[in-house]
Design a protein around this ligand. Structure first.
Ligand code: 13P
Ligand code: SF4
Length: 362
C-alpha cells in the first residue's frame, strides 16, 4: 500500500494497536532491521530503538552494523550520516522525511561557497583554514569539508577535533553552530580576541579584512532554535530556589548558559553525568524536553528540573511518531521501500572522508 494511504489508515487505528503492529513487524523482520533512536525521540518511539545515543554514538553504530535496513529515528542529517557510513547494499530510512534540523539548514551550499570565495580575497583558505562542520549539517557541507582537508565534529568530541584542526592549519572555519564552536574554544582557553563571527548575510561575514587575517576561529552564525531558549537567568532562578542544585547544559546553549553551568556535554554525557551522581543530587537541565522527562522517570531519587520555564521541544524530532515508524517497518516487510535517504554519490566520497577523519580520532 502506498505510504500516504498506509499512514492515513494508521492514524485511524487506535495507537495501542499501532504499537502492537510495530512489535510484531519488528519480531518478523528480526536482524534485517536495526532501529537507531536519538535521545530526543518521544517515548513511544524511543522504546523501540535497538540502540539509543547521541549523534556520535549513533554514527559509530551506523558505521559498524551489517543490518540490511537501518531505520533512523532522529532527524535528516543523522540518517544522511548513516547512509554515508554504511555500504551500498544497506538501506537507510527516515520514518518522516520532514524531520529536518533548522540549524543544519542555516548553512546552505551557496552561502558556504560565497564564504570560501570571500575568504580567498583576504587569505588563502586552502592553505590556512581547516573547515570543521558540526555533524548537524547537510551531507553537502560534510563533503565540502572533506574535500578541503576538513573534518566533522559532534557535541561529544568537539574539543579533540578543534585540536586536530589547529594542528593542521592556523585557522578554523566552524559551521554551522556558533555556540558549540564558541563554547568549545572558551573551554580550551582560546581568547575572545582570536574569534570572529561570520554572518552569511553580510559581505566578508560582517568582518574587516584585518579581523579575518588575525582570527584563529571563524564561527558561522548559526544556532539551535531549541537551545537558544535557555537563559542564564533561568539558572540564577534555579539556584535561588534549590540549594545545591547542579545546572547541566548542552553545548548548543549560549555561552552565558554554558559559563554558568556546572557541567556541559552532549546528550549522552549529560545522561552519564546524572547516572553517576549521588542519590538526592538535584539537577536543572538545559536540553530538549523529551530527554529531560525520561531522566526524571529513570532517576526518581534525583529531583530533576527543566531549566527553562518555557517548553523547549525539538518539533522536528517529534515528527517521528509510532505511525511513521510502523509505516517504515511495513515498507520493508512489503519490499516497497519508502522514505529512503540516499546521499548523492559525488557527495558521499568526500563526506565519508570527513566523517572517517573524525571517527578515526576515536
Ligand atoms: P547530541 O549529539 O548531543 O545528541 O546532540 C544532537 C542534537 O541535535 C542536539 O540538539
Ligand atoms: Fe537541530 Fe536543535 Fe533539533 Fe538538535 S534540537 S535536531 S540542533 S533543531
Amino acid at each position: 500500500m502506498p505510504t500516504q494511504a498506509l499512514l492515513k489508515q494508521l492514524y485511524d487505528t487506535p495507537e495501542t494497536d499501532v504499537i502492537e503492529q510495530i512489535r510484531s513487524l519488528k519480531a518478523e523482520l528480526g536482524d534485517q532491521v536495526l532501529i537507531l533512536g536519538h535521545h530526543y525521540q518521544r517515548e513511544e518511539v524511543f522504546a523501540f530503538a535497538d540502540i539509543s545515543g547521541d549523534s556520535l554514538k549513533l554514527a559509530q553504530q551506523a558505521a559498524k552494523t551489517d543490518a540490511p535496513y537501518i531505520i533512523f529515528c532522529g532527524v535528516h542529517f543523522m540518517a544522511e550520516t548513516a547512509d554515508i557510513l554504511t555500504n551500498d547494499d544497506q538501506t537507510v530510512l527516515l520514518p518522516d522525511l520532514a524531520a529536518g534540523c533548522s540549524m543544519a539548514d542555516m548553512a546552505d551550499d551557496e552561502q558556504v561557497m560565497r564564504c570560501w570565495n570571500e575568504l580567498s580575497e583576504v587569505i588563502n583558505p586552502d592553505e590556512n583554514v581547516t573547515p570543521v562542520t558540526y555533524i548537524n549539517s547537510a551531507a553537502s557541507l560534510k563533503s565540502f569539508c572533506g574535500e578541503h582537508g576538513g573534518i566533522v565534529c559532534t557535541s561529544g568530541n568537539a574539543g579533540r577535533i578543534l585540536e586536530w584542526a589547529w594542528g593542521n592549519r592556523e585557522k578554523i572555519l566552524f559551521f554551522p553552530d556558533q555556540h558549540l564552536g564558541e563554547n568549545t574554544a572558551v573551554a580550551m582557553g582560546i581568547p575572545d580576541a582570536d574569534m570572529i563571527i561570520w554572518d552569511p548575510a553580510q559581505k566578508l561575514g560582517g568582518n574587516t579584512p584585518e579581523a579575518i587575517e588575525k582570527a584563529k576561529l571563524i564561527l558561522w552564525k548559526g544556532f539551535c532554535s531549541v537551545h537558544q531558549l535557555f537563559k542564564a537567568e533561568h539558572a540564577d532562578t534555579m539556584r535561588r530556589n534549590h540549594d545545591g542544585i547542579q545546572i547541566l547544559a548542552h553545548p548548543e546553549c549560549s555561552r552565558e548558559v554554558c559559563e554558568t553551568a556546572d557541567f556541559v556535554g552532549s546528550t549522552e554525557k549529560i545522561i552519564q553525568h546524572v547516572s553517576g551522581s549521588e542519590q538526592g543530587q538535584a539537577f536543572a537541565i538545559a536540553t530538549e524536553l523529551n530527554l529531560v522527562n525520561r531522566l526524571r522517570i529513570q532517576y526518581p531519587d534525583n529531583p530533576i528540573w527543566f531549566l527553562s520555564p518555557m517548553i523547549c521541544m525539538c518539533s522536528t524530532m517529534f515528527r517521528t511518531d509510532p505511525q511513521h515508524l510502523c509505516a517504515a517497518l511495513s515498507s520493508i516487510r512489503d519490499n516497497h521501500i519508502s522514505h529512503q535517504i540516499e546521499v548523492p554519490r559525488q557527495q558521499k566520497r568526500w563526506a565519508k572522508l570527513s566523517l572517517e577523519r573524525m571517527l578515526n580520532l576515536g
